[in-house]
Design a protein around this ligand. Structure first.
Ligand SMILES: C[S@@+](CC[C@H](N)C(=O)[O-])C[C@H]1O[C@@H](n2cnc3c(N)ncnc32)[C@H](O)[C@@H]1O
Length: 301
């Protein structure tokens, strides 16, 4: 845990004290879901244990962090808009607990679906080689490395701080991985493997510049703008990734992209214009078209 590492031994606390503390913190602001997330990730009080406590406040609970430290973290979240993931240095994502830091975007839930799309596209046979362009925390690379531990993979990012975080996450969550990390811009560091990538996944920065000021402070002021900003129409990075696809993908290889909630028509058109085929859009759990998939023609060189 980044800021809350002082105390990891369990302390037994009366349930009534924890519940009173919880009521006091919620009176200051924020949501119960966020506060309970903090209790879980920072203090080890799992959701199920909290529910048992709510039913029977006479119980005692073991906390891995003092209520004083938890109060300080909650205060920094409420008044400094610091993301809880940065405060505890962790982010649960898919089936892993990733390290999280201001070096990279906090992995989002919708991006879990991008990984699901990749896996269903390669259900029968794993890709011979894959890449994650703009790997950030390494979340996608970790998921792909865990799914296909022997297939060589590549994570690329322009931020060396993000790559260091991705390296730690690969070691932590996919210790037997076969993924190499590369500093540079999109396809450039992968020149040696151009034409042999069966799968390229990317969640690039796609927020239009004009939208940034309107983002919530917890995002705008604490997540790297390199991970967010996609230029005037939000499509700068997507255009570069799509433009390189015929060159980088293997014949029959797939490109899977995440994009902003209102970019589906533009992104699918960019994919067609680039000469890719089997272009389709896919929706997130709310039904919003947030992903685009396309394939390099098998006969194309
Ligand atoms: C939206 S974040 C995605 C991070 C991670 N893949 C995820 O899904 O949580 C975009 C990532 O692209 C990286 N990036 C920005 N410009 C880049 C470039 N020119 N070449 C490679 N990566 C870049 C950022 O540093 C950031 O880590």
């Amino acid at each position: 845990m980044a800021q809350a590492s002082a105390l990891r031994d369990c302390t037994t606390v009366a349930g009534t004290d924890v519940l009173q503390w919880r009521r006091q913190q919620l009176a200051l602001g924020g949501t119960a879901a966020d506060l309970d997330w903090l209790l879980d990730l920072a203090a080890g009080l799992r959701w199920a244990s909290l529910q048992r406590l709510l039913l029977d406040p006479t119980r005692t609970v073991a906390l891995e962090q003092s209520l004083e430290v938890l109060s300080e973290l909650w205060e920094r979240h409420l008044h400094g808009n610091v993301p809880l993931q940065h405060l505890v240095g962790l982010c649960p994502w898919r089936d892993v607990l990733l390290e999280s830091s201001p070096a990279a975007l906090i992995p989002r839930q919708e991006t879990e679906l991008l990984v699901d799309l990749a896996m269903s596209q390669f259900k029968a046979t794993p890709p011979a080689r894959w890449a994650d362009l703009g790997t950030g925390s390494g979340a996608i690379a970790v998921a792909l490395a865990r799914a296909w531990p022997t297939a060589p993979g590549h994570g690329v990012d322009l931020s060396s701080d993000a790559l260091q975080l991705a390296e730690r996450n690969l070691e932590r969550c996919a210790p037997h991985h076969n993924c190499s990390l590369h500093l540079g811009s999109w396809w450039s560091p992968l020149k040696s493997w151009w034409g042999s990538l069966d799968l390229v996944v990317s969640n690039p920065p796609y927020i239009p510049s004009a939208v940034v000021d309107g983002l919530e402070a917890v995002v705008r002021d604490h997540e790297p703008h390199l991970a967010l900003l996609g230029g005037a129409d939000g499509l700068d990075a997507i255009r570069t990734v799509v433009d390189g696809a015929l060159m980088g993908l293997s014949p029959g290889g797939w490109l899977l992209l995440e994009h902003h909630h209102d970019q589906s028509a533009q992104v699918t058109q960019l994919l067609r214009d680039a000469g890719l085929v089997e272009v389709r859009a896919a929706a997130d759990l709310e039904g919003t078209l947030r992903f685009a998939l396309a394939c390099k023609p098998a006969a194309s060189s």
